[in-house]
Write a protein that binds this ligand. Structure first.
Ligand SMILES: Nc1ncnc2c1ncn2[C@@H]1O[C@H](COP(=O)(O)OP(=O)(O)O)[C@@H](O)[C@H]1O
Ligand SMILES: [Mg+2]
Length: 267
């Protein structure tokens, strides 16, 4: 069987714009049916940090995530991730780019009747032949990786339990283990704690914070809870009415900015 070399973001790089920032958004615009949702978004996200994208519901957080991975096409502006100009990637390179991003969703997106380890192994599908996928016969090293990822979120003992038998917090941790198994540089977590109880929410945020601190991953996580954002994030990007209200270190996120963020819009 032909060995597949690991893909790095550098492999699908078409424009080289080196810098200390991992994600750079310039003048990003997106409208739906004439209504502006992202209005000239300009912000940068440093490498290896836990960054929270903060804003009220309907503020454009999920739209920004979708533009970032080109699940929807922005109307204008540029997106650079680790030197890759995402807006100009060819379809093939866009697939390679997405393959290296770990996604974590509000509703976990696990296969409920699969056990935890098989859900984590789903992250390795694109690195295995069709026959291996159909037979669910993954390489030993992929299994070891999946177990190590489950261990890192405290779920080694639950590796062979079906996802549907796990609590919501445990299911979200399986989803994070799956994102780790992508072995990329970037994790995008869209409202990962919205359906969790307070204790499970704290567990998930601690794991994402450690992913940046210990693994050097860049983690972009959307939340609408200011207190949690300030407590856990290294930096914050706050969106209001489709614009960037704040982009900086969480300790610089002042009470005034917090009040402004949740003050009713004049529009
Ligand atoms: N595909 C779409 N078509 C039309 N409107 C959309 C679409 N996606 C999002 N919107 C609208 O864009 C706004 C921002 O939505 P969203 O990005 O989901 O916000 P958030 O994730 O911050 O809650 C909302 O008003 C939503 O209704
Ligand atoms: Mg959303």
């Amino acid at each position: 069987m032909k060995a597949v070399a690991p893909v790095t973001l550098a492999d699908c790089r078409e424009v080289d714009t080196k810098g200390s920032e991992f994600i750079i958004l310039k003048d990003l615009c997106k409208s739906f049916n004439g209504r502006t949702v992202l209005d000239n978004i300009r912000c940068s996200i440093p490498k290896g940090q836990f960054v929270v994208l903060l804003g009220p519901s309907g503020g454009g957080k999920s739209t920004l995530f979708r533009c970032l991975t080109r699940l929807i096409e922005p109307d204008s502006g540029s997106i650079t991730v680790d030197g890759t100009d995402v807006t100009s990637l060819s379809p093939r390179n866009l697939n390679l780019f997405r393959r290296k991003i770990g996604f974590v969703f509000q509703q976990f997106n696990l296969v409920k009747r699969f056990n935890a380890i098989d859900n984590v192994l789903a992250a390795r599908l694109s690195y295995n032949s069709l026959a291996r996928v159909i037979l669910r016969c993954f390489k030993q090293k992929d299994r070891q990786l999946a177990l190590a990822c489950l261990d890192s979120v405290g779920l080694l003992e639950q590796a062979y339990q079906r996802a549907e038998e796990l609590s919501g917090g445990q299911q979200q941790r399986v989803a994070i283990a799956r994102a780790f198994a992508q072995q990329g540089d970037l994790i995008l977590a869209d409202e990962p704690i919205s359906s969790l109880d307070p204790q499970s929410s704290e567990n998930v945020l601690q794991i994402l914070q450690r992913a940046a601190r210990d693994r050097g991953l860049s983690v972009l996580c959307s939340l609408h809870q200011v207190d949690l954002a300030v407590r856990y994030a290294d930096s914050i990007v706050a969106l209001k009415d489709g614009r960037v209200l704040f982009n900086g270190r969480s300790q610089d996120f002042t009470l005034e900015i917090r009040e402004e963020l949740y003050r009713a819009s004049q529009a």
